[in-house]
Design a protein around this ligand. Sequence first.
Ligand code: BTN
Length: 262
Amino acid sequence: MSEKAEALRQALRDAGVEWPAPIQHFETVGSTNDVIKEAARAKAPEWSVAFADEQTAGRGRVGNRWVSPSGNLFLSVLLYPAFPSERFGLVPLAAGVSAARTARGLGAKAELKWPNDVWVGGRKLAGILVEAHAGAAGVEEMVLGFGVNIALAPSGLPSDVAATSLQEAIGPGVTTIAVAAALLRNLREACRLIAVDPGALRTAWKELAVPWWGCLIEVGTGDGAVRGVLHDLDESGGLIVETDSGRRVVVVSGEARTIRLA
Ligand code: BTN
């Protein structure tokens, strides 16, 4: 095992977690999500991890690229979801909760923007790409990919949101290993909640979320934009938005933003 993979395993052990699956480290790789997808095809154990110092083909949500310079964390984890399919939509929220808790644990005032962007002061600290693969029996595996800006806040993000980094938020000295260990520990706990207490996971997500409840928002979806007042999270992790006509719509994917009335 590479030195950094062993360092991560040891950091987890120091935090009381014996990681149950292989951990792979790469100095440079295309995308850690692709490494884990490949591992899934080879029936790798659940919780297999791949992390890299830099990615040459990092992917973001909705087809965007993820700028992946050395100094930040790029980490992917394999999940074989065993809970009821109505809860699959909670996986991105669990990933968001784990990333936001990690940042808060280090002293950053992190907030979640649905479904799982991590913001500090309105700028993006971390992004998460969840990719699911369905077979004959439905969703068989999920790859959870985390990009956390630690040393660098890359410019040129595809959305109109600027980036920030942990270094900007809390100062220098945070290592990728420390962030990865905290993230994995928090992820195990958040995913456990999906199975045993999904209500507690939704509550945790709402407590960490940007305070947009009751505000006018717009969510860009593949079928056009949904605009209305943000009401709540539904059981399966969608956003309940009350439109002008008073109709409540559940949005299950898209990019949310607040609307300021002129
Ligand atoms: C987003 O658009 O906000 C999601 C970004 C997800 C980036 C991470 S970095 C590790 C993993 N590998 C990738 O190619 N993407 C995810």
